[in-house]
Design a protein. Structure first.
Length: 147
């Protein structure tokens, strides 16, 4: 966990309870360590964790986007989730890049951004999404009557 988040929790509790522990995950192997860190984050008083979008989703046997085991472990730990970022990878028909690396074989068109967003919101249960293009997230939230 970031030392600054620990500082805020210990020294500025009003701010610290809203501090977000950023998880800088780059490969599937990083997720194993992040999952192992969850009990420590909870014990340290962290309330919100922020991993990248790809770490929260995977594909089922039918190439359908579903919550990852890591996302399920976060929810089971009681931590809230903010994720990053929804739209930064370019055209999804070209694979989606870093932010879609765990679901590349299940995406075909740019419309699959909305599928991923729906899974993140409904199934993973994120409370927020950082996005370079906030219009998509805002449109989704308005259509679904989310706060």
């Amino acid at each position: 966990m970031n030392d600054d988040v620990r500082y805020w929790i210990a020294n500025e509790p009003e701010f610290g309870k809203r501090a977000v522990a950023l998880e800088d995950l780059n490969t599937p192997e990083d997720v194993v360590a992040a999952t192992a860190r969850l009990p420590g984050l909870v014990a340290d008083g962290v309330k919100i964790v922020a991993p990248p979008t790809w770490a929260l989703v995977t594909l089922d046997a039918n190439n359908k986007i579903v919550p990852s085991e890591y996302a399920k472990a976060i929810k089971a730990s009681g931590l809230k989730i903010i994720t990053w970022t929804l739209e930064r990878s370019g055209l999804l028909k070209n694979g989606g890049g870093y932010y879609y690396q765990s679901v590349t074989n299940g995406i075909k068109t740019d419309g699959d951004t909305m599928v991923m967003l729906d899974v993140l919101a409904k199934d993973v249960g994120v409370i927020g999404i950082f996005s370079d293009w906030a219009a998509t997230v805002t449109y989704y939230a308005n259509c679904m009557n989310l706060k």
